[in-house]
Design a binder for this molecule. Sequence first.
Ligand code: GAP
Length: 513
Amino acid sequence: MAQEDVFKKVVSHCKEYGFVFPSSEIYDGLAAVYDYGQNGVELKNNIKQYWWQSMVLLHENIVGIDSAIFMHPTIWKASGHVDAFNDPLIDNRDSKKRYRADVLIEDQMAKYDEKIDKEVQKARKRFGENFDEALFRETNPRVLEHKQKRDALHERFAKAMNDNDLAELRQIIIDEEIVCPISGTRNWTEVRQFNLMFKTEMGSTADAASTIYLRPETAQGIFVNYLNVQKTGHMKIPFGIAQIGKAFRNEIVARQFIFRMREFEQMEMQFFIKPGTELDWFAKWKEWRMAWHQNLGFGAENYRFHDHDKLAHYANAATDIEFNMPFGFKEVEGIHSRTNFDLGQHEKYSGKSIKYFDPELNESYTPYVIETSIGVDRMFLSVICHSYCEEKLEGGETRVVLRLPAALAPVKLAVMPLVKKNGLPEKAQEIINDLRFHFNCQYDEKDSIGKRYRRQDAIGTPYCVTVDFQSLEDDTVTLRWRDSMEQKRVKISELQGIIEDNVTITSLLKKLK
Ligand code: GAP
């Protein structure tokens, strides 16, 4: 199936099975805003738990906070967001559509990569088993030509972004003959900067009103609480502060479902360290975070690092962890070495000292920071895209199954009475009443057993149990595994032991190296 089709199917599956709904749908929706349904919220909470516990439970020197979304407006001046949190925008005069200039150019670079991949695939078919891909990439004239064009574009683009040269960005779009996907024309306006923060007003009267911003990242809530936590928690450097919370960005090019939203959720951790040690810590956090992702078992080949050419105004090293989505490798997490920029700025703007007294060195300094920042919604998207699977079964039937890691699945066990009478529903309910304290169970009595299995496969339930007349006699049930569809007769008293160890967040955490 083409990857585009997979993505469309995932989006409609999310809606059909209560994972994600367009927000305000009965009023025709609100662009780039989504609501999570009954299964979506469970999956999302499990992702958050996996992250939170891997940070706060597994690291003695990382603690969590939950700071307010509304913050003093000067914070955003100090952090640089008022002046520099911009996207370069360009309009097509014919379609009247607005685009991010950098995204148009990045898409163009991706086209060169696609051309190279096509050449490689063609050659692989031609040469079969003897194909030497590395040699082909190094020597094939067409591949080399595409690569040379791509590299030249990349260099020019990186320079324009670093120099903040908007005229040059426009010129690249013209020179590369990039057309508007809607009108097909090259009738482009100038490139302008557009600030991404949402503004609102605080205070009941217009006179007293003061402009405040909806936070575009949760990180600043951590920075301005750094001293509170360090002092009250008696924290010694190196230590980290973790937070999960909503963030808001007025994204102009909002697309690809929950990949780019206007209201989304971040899981951020700021790790405070001694100046001069940042590149070592940066390397360690890169490794740990990649291990966290790969621990889900989606295959190492589906992840890659993408080091930044244009560093954010606060960073001296930065990389993204990208995941192989149906629409290409895309950023899921950012890891930044943020220097002492933020704490230094807050010292300057607040006039308060945020220095750390290092008892080992007997000196004070403003700590440096390594940040790991991952979007909950993007993580959700990567998990659901990778897990979505259509399988042909014997007899020609197709089943849709979400092969979610069991620890992330919304429901862990579905309990189904074979028929809705003769004491079977009561027996099923008895099993649930016992197991619901250990993991999320669902009672399901509607339709045939086959249909019920399909419904549970579609939401990724790893285990189903069928209660039949034999269960009333000998306290056994049929246990069915989602992935293999294997069925086995087991004692009811054994269910907890078989299931629990495979479905808890702890089971995932234990596998982390
Ligand atoms: N504090 C650093 C920071 O916010 P970022 O790279 O802008 O860095 C971090 O954002 C992560 O937040 C991204 O890797 C992505 O997963 C998520 N994210 C950013 N913008 C988003 C959006 N509009 N919709 C959904 N997720 C977004």
